[in-house]
Design a protein around this ligand. Structure first.
Ligand code: NAG
Ligand code: NAG
Ligand code: NAG
Ligand code: NAG
Length: 358
C-alpha cells in the first residue's frame, strides 16, 4: 500500500517526491550523526557538538549557558579533553556523566525532620539508579529563597528520562513559608517526612548541639519555661520541632495528605528494607533497594548499607550513637512525654498511622 502510493507520488509528482526524499535523507543523516555523537565519536568537531547538545539537552543547557550562541563555550560543556586514544566506551561514559540529561526541579523532597534519620534515608535512596539527589542540604525554601528558582534548579544533578530528582533539607518542615513556596514551585511535589518519637528526637537534637558547644546549659534548664509549674518551653527549637501535628497542619493548607509519605525513623532502624519498600512505592520506582543492600552491625546495633554510593566506607544508621549522652532525670523526660501526648495523638489521627510513641 505504502509502496504503490510512493511510486505514484514518484511518477505523478516528481518534484514532490524529490523534496520528500531529500527530507528523508536529511533525517537519515541527522540520526546517523546523532547516534555517532551519542557514542562520543565526534568530540573534535566543536560546531556540530554544540548543535547536538542543543537538541539532546536544550533544557539544561539554556539555564547553564546564557550566551548559548557562543560555540566555544557550548562545546566546553563537555569538559572533556579531545584525546583520541581514549576508548569510545570510556568517553561515552564520561560525557553521559557530565552533560547528558537536564537539571530539573526536584519531584520529591525530604522535608523533615531534624534528627529523624533523613540523611540515612537519602543515602539509602541514592543506591537506586532512578534517584539522583543533591548531596548537601540546599536550604532553598528556608534560607536562600531570594536567590530564585533558577538558582535552586542549577544546584540539581542532571537527570535522564525516568529518573527522579531529590533533595533533603529537614528544616523545611518547620518553616512557615516553606509550604507556600514549595507549592509555588510545583503542586505535584512529593513530600517525605521522617518522624521519630519527639522525646528521643529532642534529646538527640540537644546532644548534637552539646557536642558542638560544650558550655550549653543542661537539658532540664532549657526544656522548662517554669520548672516548678512544669511548663514546657515551646519556643526552644529542640521542643518545637517535635510538635509534628502543628507543623503538618500548615503544610496541609497547600498539599493534600496523599502527597505525603511519613517514614518511621524507628522502623528505618529496625526494618530498613521494609521502610525503603514503602518509600520506593511512594516514589513510583521499582523496588531495587531491598534487604540484600543492608547488613546489621552487631557492635553498633544499627543497620548499615552494604555498598554505599561513591564511598568505600559503610553507611550506617545511628552514626552519632557513640556520643556521650547527657544524664537527664527521668521525671523530666516523663513530663516531656506528657506534653507531647496530645500532639502525638493528633498526628496519628491526621496521618491515620499510629507510630507507637506513647
Ligand atoms: C565565548 O566564550 C569564551 C569562553 O567562555 C569567552 O572567552 C568569549 O568571550 C565568549 N564570546 C562571546 C562572544 O560571548
Ligand atoms: C591521552 O591519553 C593517554 C592514555 O590515557 C595518555 O597517556 C596521554 O597523555 C593523553 N594525552 C593527552 C593530550 O591528554
Ligand atoms: C512558676 O510557677 C509557679 C507556680 O505556678 C509560680 O508561683 C511562679 O511565680 C512561676 N514563676 C515564674 C518565674 O513565672
Ligand atoms: C561495626 O561497627 C563498629 C563500631 O562502629 C566498627 O568498628 C566495625 O568496623 C563495624 N563492622 C562492620 C562489619 O561494618
Amino acid at each position: 500500500m505504502g509502496w504503490s502510493k510512493w511510486r505514484a507520488a514518484f511518477i505523478f509528482g516528481p518534484l514532490k517526491a524529490q523534496s520528500k526524499l531529500s527530507v528523508f535523507f536529511t533525517m537519515l543523516l541527522l540520526f546517523t550523526y546523532l547516534f555517532y555523537c551519542l557514542n562520543g565519536y565526534c568530540d573534535s568537531l566543536p560546531t556540530p557538538v554544540y548543535y547536538v547538545h542543543r537538541t539532546v539537552s536544550h533544557d539544561g543547557l539554556r539555564t547553564e549557558q546564557p550566551g548559548a550562541r557562543n560555540v566555544s563555550s557550548a562545546s566546553s560543556v563537555r569538559q572533556q579533553p579531545l584525546n583520541r586514544s581514549r576508548s569510545a566506551a570510556q568517553s561515552a561514559g564520561i560525557s553521559i556523566a557530565n552533560s547528558f540529561g537536564s537539571k530539573k526541579f526536584p519531584q520529591a523532597v525530604i522535608i523533615g525532620v531534624k534528627k529523624g534519620g533523613t540523611r540515612a534515608l537519602l543515602e539509602f535512596l541514592r543506591v537506586h539508579p532512578d534517584v539522583r539527589a543533591v548531596g548537601a542540604e540546599p536550604h532553598f525554601f528556608d534560607r536562600f529563597y531570594d536567590k530564585g528558582l533558577e538558582w535552586y534548579r542549577s544546584l540539581m544533578p542532571r537527570t535522564l528520562e525516568g529518573q527522579i530528582t531529590m533533595e533533603k533539607t529537614p528544616s523545611y518542615f518547620i518553616t512557615k513559608e516553606a509550604p507556600r513556596r514549595v507549592f509555588f514551585m510545583s503542586r505535584h511535589t512529593k513530600l517525605i517526612v521522617v518522624v521519630r518519637d519527639p522525646v528521643t528526637r529532642a534529646v538527640s537534637d540537644y546532644t548534637q548541639t552539646l557536642s558542638k558547644s560544650p558550655g550549653l546549659p543542661s537539658f532540664q534548664s532549657l526544656v522548662f519555661r517554669n520548672a516548678t509549674a512544669g511548663l514546657i518551653d515551646t519556643s526552644w527549637s529542640a521542643v518545637r520541632i517535635g510538635i509534628y501535628a502543628k507543623h503538618l497542619e500548615s503544610w496541609l493548607r497547600y498539599f493534600p495528605l496523599s502527597r505525603f509519605l511519613f517514614v518511621s525513623g524507628e522502623r528505618l532502624v529496625t526494618d530498613p528494607a521494609g521502610e525503603m519498600g514503602r518509600v520506593q512505592d511512594f516514589l513510583g520506582i521499582k523496588r531495587v533497594v531491598t534487604d540484600k543492600h543492608f547488613y546489621f552491625n552487631q557492635t553498633k546495633g544499627f543497620p548499615c548499607l552494604k555498598k554505599p554510593e561513591g564511598s568505600s566506607r559503610p553507611r550506617c544508621l545511628g552514626k552519632s550513637k557513640g556520643r556521650p549522652h547527657p544524664q537527664i532525670p527521668s521525671e523530666v523526660l516523663l513530663r516531656l512525654r506528657d506534653f507531647y501526648r496530645p500532639f502525638n495523638l493528633k498526628f496519628y489521627q491526621i496521618t491515620g498511622h499510629d507510630f507507637g510513641w506513647n
